[in-house]
Design a protein around this ligand. Structure first.
Ligand code: MG
Length: 164
């Protein structure tokens, strides 16, 4: 076992439903839209999936365990703060991020044009280079709840390496 590289993979998935509103927050970026995302926090489904992937890779539970939605502290929370907190938990355990690959599944809004800004936000919060991060966006070809514009799905996969 000791000769194996100390690498860990993690995955995260999150879903938020649309509700009344005039913008969504995805990857730390505010995007004007005809609806908002229903959530206890700012509803940043992409950051939530990313946090779950990071926590999963380190076997540290999930975002609901660390930031319970019953706790008023996290009402309307800026998810970038949650991400920075998760990165602190990893740093305390000497884990470094090798890369993260994320996918947004959304019929609307169109997010492709916002991806460079999302990457910049996430790289800053994670203390990594933009080229260690990837965000892709796709629709569901109008199929299912995503296609009916009832909500957005985000998925993330990360790899961690022991930094010592
Ligand atoms: Mg969430």
């Amino acid at each position: 076992m000791s000769s194996l590289p100390k690498l860990r993979i993690g995955q995260g998935v999150d879903v938020h439903a649309f509700t009344t509103g005039d913008h969504v927050v995805l990857g730390g970026v505010r995007i004007p839209h005809t609806h908002g995302l229903l959530a206890h926090s700012d509803g940043d489904v992409l950051i939530h999936a990313l946090c779950d992937a990071l926590l999963g890779a380190a076997a540290l539970g999930d975002i609901g365990h660390h930031f319970p939605d019953t706790d008023p502290v996290y009402r309307g929370a800026d998810s970038r703060k949650l991400l920075r907190h998760v990165m602190q938990l990893l740093a305390e355990r000497a884990w470094s991020v090798v890369n993260a690959d994320m996918t947004l599944l959304a019929q609307a809004p169109r997010v492709a044009g916002h991806i460079p800004q999302m990457l910049a936000c996430l790289a800053e919060d994670m203390g990594v280079s933009v080229d260690q991060l990837s965000i892709k966006a796709t629709t569901s070809e109008r199929l299912g709840f995503v296609g009916r514009e009832e909500g957005i799905v985000a998925m993330a996969v990360v790899m961690l390496a022991a930094s010592v």
